[in-house]
Design a binder for this molecule. Structure first.
Ligand code: B12
Ligand code: SF4
Ligand code: SF4
Length: 398
């Protein structure tokens, strides 16, 4: 007999007090497994469907084909994993100690890497923990004599609307930058879910909001937050440096500054992040070679060095080619330096370069030569504002 048929009927025998006790246990086990918080919601996201469709119709997903390839299944967890009636939504903090945001953004010769990406790739780690949580639930249900649940963990890459689910499950509210915000923890956390066929009582969404604040919208270097709550993915530096396969459109290159992998600016200016806890996972701590590294050091890594140093890190998935593309842009944005020019030229001569990378190196050389003999440029005004905001609002992490 299929598992779901067996479980569906057998869970009917669970009393509401047994289910409530189970929720208490699930939240407790979640903490033991390193999650900061667990919430539970049903699978109804019909309210999100037209918004998702509009976002896709406007082309805001750019080259992220996976965003449209599953149709509305992203908003229908019960279709994605048949039998699902509840989503156990979990969040895990990732802010590493000594984030050094301001010092890193202030020095245009240093590479800025999003603080979620300096340690181990979260996908596998969170999925494994969610699977353990599922097995703990299974064990408890077996003890209660009601059969096995049908569950499946999801993290990020799967076609599911994680942020609206977490919002529904009471883990926080949606900020105007479109990320989930928690009153006590800010936004420096990952989301993951366990889809399950167990009729657990659901949590109540929280009612806080951003009120009149618009700091993230005003500070986004590329004006990617086109309306409150709506991000045009194609303009976001995270998309341009991580998701985009080909050339970075020229209009965005000067705005990217020294951000070579993702961007944190909309979170850096957010007042709710002033209370964010540091991660409890040492695996998410920034690895030494990725702590405020010199752009030139990273640019000189061979492909073998890149693959070795980024092993197990999310950075590895962009590959050496896009790594060089991104750093070339940042080198073009750095103040004039003969060493940078020599390094860029040497790279062009000594390596079998991909055409796309070569074009970015040419662009960087043009920017560098243009600055020769002129004033030494500093970081742009918007970034200066972000730096001041970090120093004032997030002194521990500045
Ligand atoms: C695609 C994607 C991206 C894209 C597009 C971003 C986006 N905002 O959609 C790009 C590559 C740009 C990106 C960037 C980042 N991402 Co991302 N991304 C995703 C992914 C895979 C899907 C998101 C999605 O469905 N977008 C589609 C649009 C339609 O969804 P949406 O923004 O939620 O849109 C809703 C709003 O527009 C809303 N809406 C419309 N009008 C209104 C009005 C009101 C009043 C309200 C409340 C809502 C609302 O309705 C829409 C439909 O639900 C999720 C993981 C997942 N599977 O869900 C991670 C995820 C959202 N990303 C995450 C992170 C950490 C980031 C970055 C911070 C990474 C970085 N440092 O570089 C940046 C932040 C950029 C930003 N401000 O969003 C985390 C967020 C965690 C959190 N605290 O919320 C997630 C959940 C991954 C994870 N598992 O942890 N990301
Ligand atoms: S991550 Fe950066 S580029 Fe993307 S929306 Fe936030 S501030 Fe803008
Ligand atoms: S910066 Fe302000 S508007 Fe943006 S998410 Fe944070 S509180 Fe909301």
């Amino acid at each position: 007999m299929p598992n779901s048929v067996l479980t569906q009927s057998s869970f009917d025998s669970l009393t509401s007090s047994q289910l409530s006790q189970l929720v208490i246990s699930i939240k407790h086990w979640g903490k033991e497994l390193g999650f900061a918080q667990i919430g539970i919601c049903d699978t109804d996201l019909t309210i999100e469907e037209p918004k998702l469709q509009q976002w896709l119709d406007k082309g805001y997903h750019g080259e992220m084909g996976y965003m449209e390839s599953h149709g509305m299944m992203r908003a229908r967890p019960h279709e994605l994993h048949p039998g699902t009636i509840r989503v156990i939504s979990a969040r895990m903090d990732y802010l590493p100690p000594e984030a050094g945001f301001a010092t890193n953004l202030r020095d245009p010769n240093l590479a800025y890497i999003s603080r979620y990406a300096g340690g181990r790739d979260y996908h596998k780690l969170i999925r494994n923990r969610l699977k353990k949580l599922g097995l703990m639930i299974e064990e408890e249900l077996t003890r209660l004599g009601v059969g096995k649940p049908n569950f499946r963990p999801f993290v990020d890459s799967a076609p599911i609307l994680e942020r609206p689910l977490a919002d529904k499950a009471g883990l926080g509210w949606t900020g105007k930058h479109s990320l989930l915000l928690n009153q006590d923890a800010g936004s420096w956390f990952f989301l993951g879910e366990l889809l399950i066929d167990l009729p657990l009582p659901v949590d109540i969404p929280v009612s806080e909001g951003c009120n009149t604040c618009v700091a993230c919208i005003k500070s986004c270097p590329t004006n990617a937050i086109v309306e409150p709550y709506i991000v045009d993915g194609r303009r976001c530096i995270s998309y341009l440096t991580i998701e985009l396969q080909g050339a970075i459109p020229e209009e965005f290159r000067p705005l990217i500054g020294n951000r070579i992998y993702g961007c944190d600016d909309c979170q850096l200016v957010c007042p709710v992040n002033s209370k964010s806890p540091l991660t409890l996972e040492t695996d998410f701590h920034t690895r030494d070679p990725l702590k405020q590294p010199e752009l030139l050091t990273l640019f000189n890594w061979s492909e073998a060095e890149f693959l070795k140093i980024t092993e197990g890190s999310p950075i590895r998935r962009i590959g050496h080619k896009r790594w060089l593309r991104n750093i070339a842009v940042a080198l073009g944005n750095a103040p004039f330096s003969q060493t940078i020019i020599d390094t860029l030229e040497l790279k062009k001569q000594t390596e079998e370069l991909d055409e796309m990378v070569a074009e970015h190196i040419d662009w960087a050389l043009k920017q560098q030569r243009f600055k020769q003999g002129g004033e030494v440029p500093t970081v742009n005004r918007k970034t200066q504002r972000v730096i001041r905001s970090v120093e004032k609002g997030l002194p521990r992490d500045a």
